[in-house]
Design a protein around this ligand. Structure first.
Ligand SMILES: Nc1ncnc2c1ncn2[C@@H]1O[C@H](COP(=O)(O)OP(=O)(O)O)[C@@H](O)[C@H]1O
Ligand SMILES: [Mg+2]
Length: 259
């Protein structure tokens, strides 16, 4: 059992429950570069964590470690108090984690529908793909949840989409495969104002359903709109962990910019 007292701010937010995922002493080195240096990071049920920091802070590396696609050099990962190893995206999904990556592109040559269901296709009992059902589901998710403009068919090849439209497809995939923890790495960087608002609203809606999120963003205003607490990284180190009510946009901005 991992004591929540090691992280009193977060424990208090969620009423002292056990973290869903708890990273302890996570270090990641790439040759001479230390992308993450001895990081403790927990996610409690039903909370939104704003993960902030300048370029190169280690935010994406932390997301990738929680998502199972990057292995830490040192440190341990616990899920509900039990040590786990995340060796693949499937491992993290089984723990309840769904991820939208900053820099892992969709498969450009495939259409929207295939991208949304990639690796998790709908099949019938014989193993045949349920194309019609996947196509309809893809469009429904794109229209209703993400509210993206300019996508008229789930058969459109991803290659021809704008950056914002690609982000919307990635978001649609995460929305459809909704899980207990939602990791979003700069999901709104290419979205319009309206699409961004929809995404932030969706994070809050999920929170209402008990789904926790970690939102990586450069835009502190976006983070402030939805997060219950903030973790600020700088050059691989955690320099601040604070509840929303104990900080302000001004303070967060100053800490990220000044340090
Ligand atoms: N695959 C990799 N190989 C080598 N260095 C990497 C790799 N991924 C990240 N880094 C380095 O780790 C540091 C943190 O990167 P990253 O996690 O992408 O930061 P952020 O998302 O906060 O901008 C940077 O110095 C980056 O250059
Ligand atoms: Mg990044």
């Amino acid at each position: 059992m991992i004591s929540p007292s090691a992280n009193p701010s977060a424990g208090a937010v969620a009423g002292g429950a056990q973290p869903l995922v708890d990273l302890r002493g996570i270090t990641k080195r790439y040759g001479a570069v230390t992308a993450l240096d001895n990081i403790d990071f927990g996610i409690w049920p039903g909370e939104v964590v704003g993960l902030l920091g300048d370029n190169g802070a280690g935010k994406s590396t932390l997301i990738k470690i929680m998502s199972g696609i990057v292995q830490p050099t040192a440190g341990k990962i616990y899920s509900r108090g039990r040590e786990v190893r995340l060796r693949s995206r499937r491992d993290s999904y089984e723990l309840g984690i769904e991820t939208i990556y900053q820099d892992i592109a969709l498969v450009d040559q495939m259409n929207i529908m295939r991208n949304i269901f990639l690796g998790r296709e709908m099949t019938d009992r014989m193993g045949f793909l349920r194309m019609k059902q996947m196509r309809q589901t893809a469009m429904k998710v794109l229209e209703h949840t993400v509210g993206i403009s300019g996508i008229t068919s789930a058969d459109q090849v991803v290659k021809g989409l704008s950056g914002g439209q690609k982000q919307a497809v990635a978001l649609a995939r995460a929305v459809y495969f909704k899980n207990r923890i939602f990791l979003l790495d700069e999901p709104t960087s290419a979205l319009s104002v309206r699409e961004t608002e929809k995404t932030l609203e969706y994070i809050l809606q999920l929170k209402g359903e008990g789904v926790s999120s970690v939102l990586v963003t450069h835009n502190i205003y976006h983070g402030y709109q939805v997060a219950d607490r903030f973790v600020v990284l700088r050059l691989g180190r955690k320099i601040l962990e604070v509840r929303k009510e104990d900080t302000s946009i001004e303070e967060l901005t100053r800490i990220i910019v000044e340090n």
